[in-house]
Design a protein around this ligand. Structure first.
Ligand SMILES: C[S@@+](CC[C@H](N)C(=O)[O-])C[C@H]1O[C@@H](n2cnc3c(N)ncnc32)[C@H](O)[C@@H]1O
Ligand code: SF4
Length: 470
């Protein structure tokens, strides 16, 4: 489709005026969980995690589980990267890691029992495709022996396009994977050089075409705006190429530049970063460009083609949110395996050791490698429902919350509803008698609305560790 920046409507740019962003684009969490992971504490360890898993013992709950497997390795460093990864060219490290992963799985199966139904499996990283075909087969085999995958399971994997070929994709499909997420970020060669991640549009397009032919569905591609050397003009070209690539789903992240926290980012020349005004222009143009090319805005950071199940769920008000972002599946118990992985069992979150030595040491002691976690109380469960309703449905119906939690909204959330008034005056929400409705403009800044209900954030006031929307 011929499309130029001049032809873009100013719709998204108008909706997201600089004034609005100045007021409400404060750093904040993405709410892939509530409470957010920074609330986890060391008082919750292996014993508490084991007790939580025991409560899921066979017969106590029939709902299928979700599984997450973290593979931390990458061969080369992308300077922008904020993920939990280990850069190494030593592929033999993977075998040792898989031994540890199998020990962890055995420890989880002790209280959980083998043969539990699973409807979702996600491999994340790092780069799961750092593993060889044989190593991936080994993990999948072990999981298939340990769990019972439902026939319609979503089995997905994050793929760095530089690490696969069409043949490797065919191997993944043969192992049972049916969804892929490609890390792309930007197609501009200059930007790719500045972030030390070079991959051509043609190579990604060829992989996308192979993935489709092989029967992968809901294929996602990740992009980032705000990277060094990006300009509104260069990013408009990338958006045009996204239109040609036509992934079923798009994650469009704002680059979070926190060099004090993420060491590789110190290799980025801060003078090459786009200005705040350029970032706003890039986001506005990208939204317009994607909508004009037929993608639908799902919610924070995410777009999808209209026939993708995520877009259908959004239209039907059936979206959910979990650690991977938006999902069509209700939030189910999540068993997480691997270094730094986060799981959720019943009303508890737990996180594994973040470094490999710590992870290996726990497993050598035959102890779950859980280092921190959090048990939700009644107030957390209530606020989680409120925040997820805002993030997923864009509407908070008081009756639903009052029925589920036995409270009166106006009494329980008097302070919060008062705090929403300035957001209402700025057009981000409509305050109705028995509901809060997120407007179109509010949908782009929905985390600012959700933050009002986050007791922990309001109590600590510590937002600087989070990134901003724009
Ligand atoms: C684990 S990586 C994806 C899989 C694979 N390692 C790859 O790079 O292709 C997860 C995604 O997080 C996003 N990401 C990483 N660092 C980021 C940052 N500092 N700001 C915003 N998004 C970031 C990127 O879009 C990246 O594709
Ligand atoms: S973006 Fe992906 S490939 Fe690059 S360093 Fe991060 S996890 Fe590794």
């Amino acid at each position: 489709m011929p499309f130029t920046t001049e032809a873009l409507t100013t719709d998204a740019r108008t909706l997201l005026s600089e004034d609005l962003l100045r007021k409400f684009d404060t750093p904040g969490p993405r709410y892939t969980s509530y409470p957010t992971a920074d609330r986890f504490h060391h008082g919750f360890g292996p014993a508490q995690a084991r007790a939580a898993i025991e409560q899921l013992a066979p017969g106590s709950a029939a709902a299928p589980l979700s599984l997450y497997v973290h593979i931390p390795f990458c061969e080369s460093i992308c300077y922008y990267c904020a993920c939990n990864k280990i850069i190494t060219k030593h592929h033999e490290r993977a075998a040792e890691y898989l031994d540890a992963l199998e020990t962890e799985l055995a420890l989880v199966l002790e209280p959980l029992g083998a043969g539990r139904p699973v409807s979702q499996l996600h491999f994340g990283g790092g780069s799961p495709t750092f593993l060889s075909d044989a190593e991936l087969a080994r993990v999948m085999d072990r999981l298939a022996q340990s769990f019972r995958f439902t026939p319609d399971s979503e089995i997905s994997i994050e793929v760095d396009p530089r690490t696969v070929t069409p043949d490797r994709l065919a191997h993944l499909r043969g192992l049972g994977f049916n969804r892929l997420s490609f890390g792309v970020q930007d197609f501009d060669p200059d930007v790719q050089q500045a972030v030390h991640r070079v991959q051509s549009f043609e190579s990604v397009k060829a992989l996308m075409d192979s993935a489709r032919t092989l029967g992968f569905t809901s294929i996602n591609a990740d992009f980032i705006y705000g990277l060094p050397r990006q300009t509104p003009e260069s990013f408009a070209r990338t958006v045009q190429q996204i239109g040609e690539l036509r992934p079923d789903r798009i994650a469009l992240y704002a680059y979070a530049h926190l060099p004090e926290r993420f060491k590789p980012q110190r290799r980025i020349n801060a003078e090459e970063l786009p200005s705040p005004a350029q970032r706003i222009a890039m986001l506005g143009d990208a939204i317009n460009g994607l909508l004009a090319r037929g993608f639908e805005h799902i919610g924070m950071d995410h777009f999808a083609l209209p026939d993708d199940p995520l877009a259908v769920a959004r239209r039907e008000g059936k979206l959910h949110r979990n650690f991977q972002g938006y999902s069509t599946q209700p939030d189910c118990d999540l068993v997480a395996l691997g270094v730094s992985a986060i799981g959720r069992i019943g009303g508890s979150f737990y996180q594994n050791a973040k470094t490999l030595p710590e992870y290996h040491q726990s497993l050598a002691r035959r102890e779950l490698p859980v280092v921190r976690g959090y048990a939700l109380d009644g107030d957390d469960l209530l606020r989680r429902d409120v925040i997820m309703a805002l993030m997923c449905q864009g509407r908070l119906e008081f009756d639903n919350v009052e029925r589920a939690h036995g409270i009166r909204m106006r009494e329980y959330f008097g302070r919060e509803l008062e705090a929403l008034k300035p957001l209402a005056q700025s057009g981000l929400v409509l305050l109705e008698d028995k509901a809060v409705d997120v407007t179109r403009a509010g949908w782009y800044l929905v985390r600012a609305i959700a933050m009002v209900f986050d007791r922990h954030l309001q109590a600590s006031g510590n937002r600087q560790r989070f990134s901003k929307v724009v």
